[in-house]
Design a protein around this ligand. Structure first.
Ligand code: URA
Length: 430
């Protein structure tokens, strides 16, 4: 039996005592964990030590590179187009990838968007697209490359070959209360994005009540750490800190978010979804060397919609098929006339999840037609009896628990009680 060069217990002890690990120690730990030599119990202790004592920039870079090295790394050198990608840390009603990928690709750039399924109150991009009849998330490597060359935009499931160490580690962190830790989040996200092989990357780091990181300062630190990791790995990376205190757009769910995205691609849609799509598209195109692109025009004149239709068809979907609708709906109306003064993102995300739009366990199915459609945004004038939002579900028993989640999360009152949720985009970081 080969002699191992390090001992997991020593490495754990060093981090427990707030010491600094060498590159060789980190490389070995991740490799030994991936091949099953280091046990889950030891890795749990290690991640908790990192959670409590942090890591230096060099250690975070080593951790990221070690996780990339645990699997395959895609290479787009043979592609005739430049690549650019976007990653969002996730939020309520965040469907931006859907209009963004075809919009950017419509300018001749390749967008290899390897996505995931949702767990918890933020939905997964694949779950949303799977509400389109026939659409499939799983592509072979050949199909993936061919679609990138031909259509430019691909949103598909990340294969198991990319950063398998992260997959194992993330599942462990999920059950050991060590997810919310900047070195671990940053290395997890960036190992997958760098392994995916994109030449440039735009990060949408959400902060606020409906985001994974509530605090703006913490989100800023995560954004900085990730942009540094990207730049260190030769992937041009910029980040936007964006507001997730209120749901993004008017649709929260799966099929209804696809519907809203198609509205944006048809030149309409809610102002906040359009604004964020345009800002991220300009940044991605800029990084790919397409300067002064008329992104607004591409939404208005059908150019982005054409790419969307080709992107959906290439993956077996019918862009003209009717999207599923729920068996049951429940409408909540304004109890009085006034202004919608409050609409907190997190409870709306939780309510949509309880309606069946999300899953509690990775193996659970989602109900594509379940979700919430908002009929007003904070600051809008409403009159007594006017619908404020509609809950949709396949099983009416789900309404009670969804309504419970929404208690105290919205209000109608005088304008001076309007909650100040802050601007949509806080900062750009590069
Ligand atoms: N998403 C990831 O991929 N990794 C994390 O650690 C957190 C969010």
């Amino acid at each position: 039996m080969a002699v191992e060069p390090f001992d997991a217990v020593d490495i754990i002890r060093t981090k427990r005592d707030a010491g600094v690990l060498s590159t060789e120690q980190i490389d070995w730990l991740i490799d030994a964990y991936t091949r099953g030599y280091v046990a889950d119990s030891q890795m749990s202790a290690f991640t908790m030590a990192v959670y409590l004592n942090g890591m230096e920039r060099r250690e975070i870079r080593d951790l990221t590179l070690a996780m990339i090295a645990s699997g395959e790394r895609l290479n787009f050198d043979t592609l005739s187009k430049r690549t650019t990608d976007k990653h969002s840390t996730g939020g309520v009603g965040d469907k931006i990838t859907l209009p963004l990928a075809p919009l950017v690709a419509s300018f001749g750039v390749a967008v290899p968007q390897l996505s995931g399924r949702g767990l918890g109150h933020t939905g997964g991009t694949l779950d949303k697209l799977e509400s389109i009849p026939g659409w499939r998330a799983d592509l072979t490597n050949d199909e993936f490359f061919a679609q990138l060359e031909d259509v430019g935009a691909v949103v598909c499931a990340a294969g198991t070959g990319l950063a398998p160490a992260d997959k194992k580690l993330y599942a462990l962190r999920d059950v050991t209360a060590t997810v919310e830790c900047i070195p671990l989040i940053a290395s997890s996200i960036m190992s997958k994005k760098i392994a995916e092989g994109t030449a440039s990357l735009v990060l949408d780091v959400k902060f606020g009540g409906g985001a994974f990181l509530k605090d703006l300062g913490y989100a800023r630190e995560l954004a900085r750490t990730m942009t540094e990791l990207g730049d260190d790995a030769g992937v041009k990376t910029t980040a936007f800190l964006t507001n997730m205190n209120v749901p993004l757009g008017l649709a929260i769910g799966n099929a209804n978010e696809v519907r809203e995205s198609v509205e944006v691609l048809a030149g309409g849609g809610p102002a906040d979804v359009v604004e964020l799509t345009l800002v991220l598209a300009r940044e991605m195109l800029d990084q790919a060397g397409v300067i002064d692109a008329d992104v607004e025009g591409a939404l208005k004149n059908g150019k982005a919609m054409d790419t969307w239709r080709r992107m959906i068809s290439a993956q077996g979907g019918d862009p003209d098929a009717a999207l599923p609708t729920a068996k049951e709906t429940h409408v909540v109306t304004a109890p009085r006339s006034g202004v919608l003064t409050r609409q907190d993102a997190l409870p709306f995300g939780v309510a949509a999840w309880r309606l069946g739009a999300g899953r509690a366990r990775p193996q659970d199915p989602v109900q594509h037609a379940a979700g919430i459609d908002l009929h007003a945004k904070p600051g809008d004038e409403v009159t007594e009896g006017q619908p404020l939002f509609t809950l949709s579900a396949d099983e009416p028993e789900r309404f009670e628990r969804a309504l419970e989640a929404l208690e105290g999360s919205w209000a109608v009152g005088p304008r001076d009680e309007l909650v100040d949720y802050g601007p949509l985009i806080a900062t750009r970081i590069d």
